[in-house]
Design a protein around this ligand. Sequence first.
Ligand SMILES: [Ca+2]
Ligand SMILES: [Ca+2]
Length: 152
Amino acid sequence: MTLLSGPPNILPSTAKIGQNLSCTVKQTNKKRTIPVIVRVSDINDNKPKFVNTPYETTVPELTPVGSTIFKNVVAMDADAGVNGIVEYSIAPGDGTGIGNNDGVGRNRITTADGYGYFSINLPHQGQVTVNRTLDFERTQRYLVTIFASVSR
Ligand SMILES: [Ca+2]
Ligand SMILES: [Ca+2]
């Protein structure tokens, strides 16, 4: 007895010795295509990145508390949906550059941490407002540390 192997869509039938082999096409072996949709979901794998830095502005002393003095803080996050929503806040600095006195006499520049003196009242908007009265004779420059985090 010999088994006949044909093309994939032709199955050998049973054969007895002395009979001719016959092959039948398997009726159900039609090709079908089934669409499979694979959705890729976003993972929060991007950190916000500040753009158009460094930020710098000049504000007169005695600017009323609550005044917005800077509106251009922007951090971009490449993630989608809630993973890409950024919240801003002002944090204490690490002390770098604080207490430096540059220049002498009337030209001296004293630098202080802006934490407490400035605030971001609307977390989703990078707008810096004055939180305490500023006194030029005491402090001429503030370093403000802004923190951008994912809204969660
Ligand atoms: Ca992502
Ligand atoms: Ca993100």
